[in-house]
Design a protein around this ligand. Structure first.
Ligand SMILES: [Zn+2]
Length: 293
């Protein structure tokens, strides 16, 4: 009877009643210097939105502050141990996009739960990554090199984030169909299914498509009046990447538009300098949608 009263006292002081019963051995650890029993309050905080490969930035605060803990565990979706030790912070890099329920356990005492959305990177982060920028520049050079009086072709590739190596990766550039003459001012490229290697848990690294890139072709070897086109993403580009199941950002390397007095609009005119100014244009969605698990 006396024991039951003691337990009742603990229960009323705990924020998580069920867990107080489950942790019988906790009674030794929740005695303060005056011999009074208490149940520490565990509060988990961290950013609610991070990008893939960002640190989780999780912190646990324990009240009272002088509580000496022997185990701090950060748990995702009640079953994946992200980190276990005595550190009250966790800044491991996120390996899988998703909306994750994260909770901390301090000596088996649970914290509040927070939902952290691990986002795919946005198109600006993707295009500013040095490895991606380098691959895009190489594809643009290849596009210009491939252009001649006998034809021209677009080049393109999927861009991935590999969370096993924590780096961006670009698939080898694939050349599109060679087009000739000035009748088709736009070349084209076939967008194939990206070769992803998704992981089964948020603890494991995987390879995820985050955007698609392609180049547009020069009209240097076309006749000035006969060949004219707008620059940047075409209607077809927008349609393919945004209305298909991909729903991923698009990037296209193309020339910068100049005024064409014959056509009376800005665009790219046949016979232009092959090495005229060019840039990467972005289109479609800002970032790939976060999956639900
Ligand atoms: Zn295009």
């Amino acid at each position: 009877m006396k024991k039951a009263v003691k337990i009742l006292v603990i229960v009323t002081m705990c924020s998580n009643i069920a867990h107080a019963f489950a942790q019988a051995s906790m009674e030794e650890q929740v005695t303060d210097t005056d011999g009074n029993r208490f149940c520490p309050t565990i509060v988990l905080t961290g950013p609610l939105h991070i990008d893939l490969m960002d640190g989780y930035g999780l912190n646990v605060s324990i009240t009272p502050a002088n509580y000496s803990c022997s185990s701090v565990e950060f748990i995702i979706n009640d079953r994946y141990t992200l980190q276990k030790g005595i550190s009250t912070s966790c800044n491991l890099q996120a390996k899988k996009a998703g909306r994750w329920r994260i909770q901390a356990m301090v000596d088996g005492i649970p914290s509040n739960t927070i939902i952290v959305e691990v986002l795919y990177p946005d198109v600006n982060a993707i295009m500013n990554n040095p490895a991606v920028a380098s691959a895009m520049n190489a594809a643009w050079s290849a596009t210009k090199l491939a252009a001649s009086a006998s034809g021209r072709a677009e080049y393109g590739f999927w861009i991935f984030v590999n969370t096993a190596t924590m780096s961006y990766e670009c698939a080898p550039a694939q050349a599109g169909r060679m087009v000739r003459g000035s009748t088709e001012t736009h070349a084209s490229i076939t967008i194939r299914i990206p070769g992803e290697q998704p992981s089964i848990s948020p603890l494991q690294g995987g390879k995820y498509a985050v955007a698609h890139f392609h180049t547009h072709t020069p009209l240097t070897y076309c006749r000035p009046v006969a060949a004219f086109r707008g620059i940047g993403p075409s209607t077809a580009d927008n349609t393919v990447l945004t209305s298909s199941s991909y729903r991923m950002p698009g990037l296209v390397y193309d020339y910068i538009a100049v005024w064409d007095s014959f056509w009376g609009e800005f665009g790219l005119t046949g016979g232009h300098n092959l090495h005229a100014s060019a840039q990467v244009y972005t289109f479609g969605v800002d970032r790939r949608a976060t999956p639900w698990y």
